[in-house]
Design a protein around this ligand. Sequence first.
Ligand SMILES: [Zn+2]
Length: 302
Amino acid sequence: MSSFFSQTLQRSITVEGRGLHSNALCRVTIHPTDQPTGLRFRHAASGVEIRALAGKVGDLSLATTLEQDGVRFATVEHLLSALMGLGVDHALIEVSGEELPILDGSAAPWVEAILGVGLREIPDVVRRSIRVLKPVEVRSGDKWIKVEPYPGLRLRYTIDFDHPAIGRQSRELTLTPEKYQRELASARTFCMERDIEFMRSRGLALGGSLENAVVFGPKGPLNDSLRYQDEAVRHKMLDLVGDLALLGAPLQGLVSAHAAGHAMHVALVKALLDDPSAWSWSAVEPIKANRHFPVGLQAMPA
Ligand SMILES: [Zn+2]
């Protein structure tokens, strides 16, 4: 979030894999662009383009889906999270199928691919962020999420699962590309063993396995190990970063969430955008800019 100018990738990258829910193979090529058009998805076969914005969100039941003109892109949140977390403002994301690859269930493979080519500034395109001016909140029963003014992007997340292997987990951090990479990017998506049969019966999670998700059984994770002791709440924060990308610009604010998920994340984004008195455009202060970062940031070993 520290660059004065907008950023894009140095070169195109291609990533392939299967979708978590459909199990269909999908190829994604992310192209750099000098045009300040935000993060845009393009359906390779039809050429239909969908900008990653909250107004384009369709289904939100288990992942974030963008829809327009009969084209849909499902499970976009981990790629959007990696792009937002690393500070990529503008890119064209060409997709061969309807669901993005789940890879290892985290954003780490996307981060590795993006940092493998590195980022560059777009000359003369100043980065604009959305600065929160007053609190905005969304509630649903005992679940809630709110955003309030803060000079940066700070995330505070609590989950409280009625499951002994997860329970209550809380984490808070001020997001920078380094912290995103170190603290959030590797946290994998998760589910309960008891929910798998129900998901499969609805035709979901057909590509799910211990290779791309943490599965919590009654006595703990069925996977060999966790990447973080509180991997679950970190993954919720990873998802939140991806859903905040649907604002269409970096956010300056403190986001606090309790037991939220994709639907509430997106509801907050819409509620904020719908209240013009709650935010304003803000250029990143030149004095805070470090124009060399994160261009030189290297991919961490896996
Ligand atoms: Zn996720």
